[in-house]
Design a protein around this ligand. Sequence first.
Ligand SMILES: NC(=O)c1ccc[n+]([C@@H]2O[C@H](COP(=O)([O-])OP(=O)(O)OC[C@H]3O[C@@H](n4cnc5c(N)ncnc54)[C@H](O)[C@@H]3O)[C@@H](O)[C@H]2O)c1
Length: 295
Amino acid sequence: MSESTIDFPTIGVLGFGTMGAGIAQVFAAAGRTVIVLDTDQQRIDAGIATVAEFLDGGIARGKATEEDKAAILGRITGTTAVADFAGVDAVLESVTENAAVKQALLSEVATVVGAQTPILTNTSALSVTDLAAALPNPARVAGLHFFNPAPVMQTVEIVRALQTDETLVERLVDLVHALGDKFPVVVKDRPGFLVNSLLLPYLNDVIQELDDELATAEDIDVALELGLGYKTGPLKMLDTIGLDVHLHATQAAYEATADARYAPPPLLRQMVAAGRLGNKNGLGFRTEQPNHGSN
Ligand SMILES: NC(=O)c1ccc[n+]([C@@H]2O[C@H](COP(=O)([O-])OP(=O)(O)OC[C@H]3O[C@@H](n4cnc5c(N)ncnc54)[C@H](O)[C@@H]3O)[C@@H](O)[C@H]2O)c1
């Protein structure tokens, strides 16, 4: 397909952090022109560097070439000006997980883009329906939820808000199919959507079982990896996600539903209170590197 006939040829991404960088790379690799907005030039430079480093890793493993890297980076530009989104064919927001921040930015973006231009959100825990309700023409709003790291993880949840137009859902399914090896799953707008609504209670149960001394942390992980064929044991996974990130997500789901399955287990709260955040600072359920007092 030539660039002129692909759907959503130009995509505006809001936020050049962990997810924004990965998502920009995925869209650029699929031939889209990508404009990424963040708050200052330093963050934009950091986002570009994240994409370049990720591609360098692919080159080192023989999965990409220097030409691929140049082509992908050539399709990504950074900006700090919302006005630069005027001509985009869709907007995907992936800024900090805070409803007020997202709403303020999306309201500003809505004054710049076309009245029918799809506005998509990568939120993990907020209600897409609520975000849509605060915008003009909410029928053009949907969730497009990538997993971390976006260039690697194949599942993409397409979240249908109560207001979302069905034609947009269909276009998004086609878009995800056009992103190489990604798998689109259309889901309802509920806390955690599909994957996290199952994952959060599972991880909470495992933390409680560890606290109950059912088995050691290592044995729990190995048992689930070998017994259920899971690629990564749950406690290793929690260290990778970040215990603070998991606490924030499960707390938000608990507040939205009052469902006890999402209630943060006491040990999780204690770990976070004690500054044990997982791989990011070398202190987690499975990671215990000596802390030299430098962080
Ligand atoms: N990290 C994950 O594992 C993960 C996975 C799936 C979805 N998400 C969701 O993706 C979104 C982003 O998460 P992240 O992990 O990339 O966060 P992050 O903190 O790495 O990046 C957020 C970026 O948004 C920018 N930002 C904040 N306010 C802004 C504004 N007003 N204008 C422009 N830029 C602004 C920040 O400067 C930062 O660069 C969140 O909604 C999160 O829930 C995260």
